[in-house]
Unconditional design. Structure first.
Length: 227
């Protein structure tokens, strides 16, 4: 669709609504036991290991649901399909970086690879694959806004706090520090993806709804992390 005032207004309105969702998400995260321990200086190595174990599950699934979503984007939106495929390729090995951080901080590959998903991780995984399986699953742009927004805003500060608190070497916090920079670039692409599918009131509503549900389930997976 060609750009114009209606197009610009639809994108701006959707971004405003997503910003509200994200602000509520941040507040919810800050109230979880794990993040409270991190921000209050009571974070221990067992907390970090529990965090990495559960984050690995979501990160590993991320490239898979992006690939599925791309495969369900119709011919009318081939540019969006290509963008999602590039994201999937970029991120499909990121869980290996998490594994390396886990080992560098004293854990074992057997432990992190053998751990089950917690109930929050199961819920967000099921939700994402459900959404990715829909025809033209444009709502997942809302999920990307939440997850990559979290990475761009929180990952690096969290990584630095973890490193300082636990006196870890750089190679034990690479995932968080890397995503603190990499996800900023991804967020810069987000508005362009919105422009590929808007203006369409139903699509805009689905994007915001998907962001809201994803935020709640992401917070649930953090709430369920117990060291």
């Amino acid at each position: 669709m060609a750009d114009g005032p209606i197009h610009d207004d639809a994108v701006a309105d959707t971004l405003r609504k997503l910003a509200v969702v994200f602000a509520e998400f941040e507040q919810r995260l800050e109230s979880t036991p794990l993040i409270r321990k991190l921000t209050r200086g009571r974070f221990e190595i067992a907390d970090y290991h529990a965090f990495l174990i559960n984050l690995r599950q979501q990160v590993k699934d991320g490239a898979l649901w992006m690939s599925r979503a791309a495969s369900n984007v119709g011919e009318a939106h081939l540019e969006l399909r290509s963008t999602l495929m590039r994201h999937a390729v970029t991120e499909h090995r990121d869980f290996r970086l998490l594994e390396a951080d886990f080992v560098a901080s004293g854990g074992t590959l057997e432990t992190i690879r053998g751990a089950p998903k917690n109930v929050g991780s199961e819920a967000i995984s099921a939700w994402m694959f459900h959404e990715a399986s829909r025809p033209d699953p444009f709502g997942l742009l809302g999920a990307m806004f939440v997850i990559e927004g979290l990475g761009s805003i929180k990952a690096r500060p969290w990584g630095l706090k973890v490193q300082e608190r636990l006196a870890l070497p750089d190679e034990a916090v690479r995932f968080l520090l890397y995503h603190g920079e990499n996800d900023v670039e991804h967020m810069q692409e987000f508005e362009a993806m919105l422009r590929m599918v808007l203006p369409d009131p139903a699509v805009a509503e689905r994007i915001v709804t998907c962001a809201r549900v994803t935020a709640r389930l992401y917070a649930l997976q953090i709430e369920e992390i117990m060291a």
